[in-house]
Every structure is written in structure tokens, then in C-alpha cells.
Design a protein around this ligand. Sequence first.
Ligand code: PMV
Length: 353
Amino acid sequence: MNSFRVSAPGKLILFGEHSVVHGKLAIAAAVNKRAIATASEQDGIIIVDAPDYSVKHETKLADALCSLDEINELREKNDFESLKRMGREASTPLEAVIASALERVKGKCIAGKGIALSVSSDVPKESGLGSGSAAFVASAGAVLGVYGRKLDPKTVADIAYVGDVLCHGKPSGIDNNTVAFGGYLAFKKSNGPMPLKINPKIRVVIGSTGVRAPTSEMVQINRYWLELEPDRVKKIIEKAENIAERGVDALREEDMVEIGKLANENHVLLRELGVSHPAIEELVIASLKAGALGAKLSGAGGGGIMFAVCEDDGSQKRVADAIQRAGGTPIITKLGAEGVRKEAYNSKTIKAL
Ligand code: PMV
């Protein structure tokens, strides 16, 4: 049986989350935790086995394709509430990604062949590290691979986007693109993904609060404030874009002190936007006290994760200890992991699909 295995990393937003939703520039980097998807052909059905995402489901290929048509109609109507409702069924986003990948390779009249897909992941779930996007990108890539298509990051990211839409409503597109391209990515809705041709191995400690707030709700809070206080919020969003622009220069120059400073500045803006959380503030302060060059919330906020920029291994260790003592879960890592990639497939070591 023709099987194909693909992995994709997690992601961390460095600068410009939330303002990216309003068309501003943001910068993200791939994180070296990965989701791995293995796909093979299967007659007439789609089977998904993704224990790390609590999904084990089988559906007829025809039903998955009908459901994808419905999803696309809702997207055209901008009916994001209905999309989110559909996305609550745990298997729907992965099945939609598979159906979308199949349509891409075989056109609208797909006869016969479905897909069996298994997904595993060590990207922490529901924390702002892009675990969903990593699974969707790896899955889209694995299905394309079964049909001999190359792993073009833009194509894979575009197919995977439907999974993020079902989970989050109307995401900006920064998550799926960062995960697909890997490394460091500048992203603006009007331009799409702009991979930065740099690879500084920035040392960070990611701190997870364990407090979860849905991305779509945090984005909604932001829209609410934008309506209530347009002048104030627009200024914040513009300042965040300026930070992202300066961030590109600092990354190019590998200026860690400046990157830390910009992280602090961006964090203050996110707090002013109302998307921080007491648990995030504690981890940010603990990191700065322990000697981090800078620290900020990352992703949607309302809990979730923060990261601290560190100058060397020793500082990473001290900051990780401080985050732990402050009640968070630290991950010591370097940014800029490889994006979507083919993995060796050894059928003997992989349980039968
Ligand atoms: O879902 P998260 O935590 O990775 O946040 C995504 C970033 C936002 O800017 C808040 C939303 C978006 O669609 O870009």
C-alpha cells in the first residue's frame, strides 16, 4: 500500500498577534515540537486515528466531501458561528483537511479512493503553540504525498487552513503558514506569508499557564474594544505593527537584547488590549526577575502561553526554574525549526492503519 509520512512543527508568535487579525504585520517562528501524520489509500472511506487529539472516526468519503461543500458554502457566507459549531465535532476539522487535499489532487469528481490517516503529536495541545495547525499541515502534506505531489509549503498551508477555520472561526492565517514554512515568518493578510531568510537560533523558555481561553473569544474581546474605543485601540495596533517591523531588523541582526526589549514593549500593548491574564503576568515577571532579556504573552492570551528571551543556556535554566516556581510549565527550546517535511516511513515499526 502506498503510504506517506509527513511532520510539521509547532509555532510561537513573536510579535504582532491580534493586530495581525486587523491586517497588520506579525512575526512568528516554528518550534521544535512536531505532529506526524501517516496517510495511505483506503477504499471509499476516510479513517482518522489521532489519539493525541481525541479523534478516532470513520466516515464515508462521499459524506466527508458533502460536509466539505457545506463548509465552503458557510465560508463564502462568512457564517463563522456555524463553522465553529461544526468544528466542535472533534473529527470534522481533520476530515475536512483530508477531503480538501483529496479534491486538490483529484479534482471535484473523486471516485473510490479514500484515506486512512494516523496522527500523533508532541506539540502541547490548546496552548497557543499551534498543535492544531501542525496536525492539519502534516495531514494535508501526507495526503498530497500519497498522490505523489510535492510538499509545497504554500499549497499545504492553504489546504490546512480549513482545519483552523473550523477550530477558530476566521484566523488570520499566521499559524498554518508558520507551521508549513518553518523557520521565521513575517505575515500580513494583504501579502500572505513572507518567509524571512534568516535562522538565528533564538533561545527562549516557553511558559504555559495551563489556563485556556478559546482564540475566537480573545479575538472577539479585541474587536469589542476596537468598537468601543477605536482611537485608543487603533493606536495600540499600529504600535504593535511598528514593533513587528523593528523585530524583523532585530532578527536579521541577531540582536537578542533588542528582541527582548521589543518583547517587553509588545507585552505591554497586549495587556492594554485586555488579552493578558494574571497567570501570564506572574510568569512574565518571574522570567524578567530571573534575568530574561524580555518576556511576553504569545498567541491569543487570556491564559495560554508566554515566552522569555534568554541570552545563554544558563539563563534559560534559571528562567525555566523561575517559571516552574511561579506555577507555569516551562519548555526550554530554540526557535526556527524546520517546516513541513517528509519523514521516513517504515511499515514494520508503525502499527497497521
Ligand atoms: O490560537 P493562537 O493562540 O495561536 O493565537 C492566534 C493569533 C491571533 O492573532 C490571536 C489570532 C489570529 O488569527 O491570528
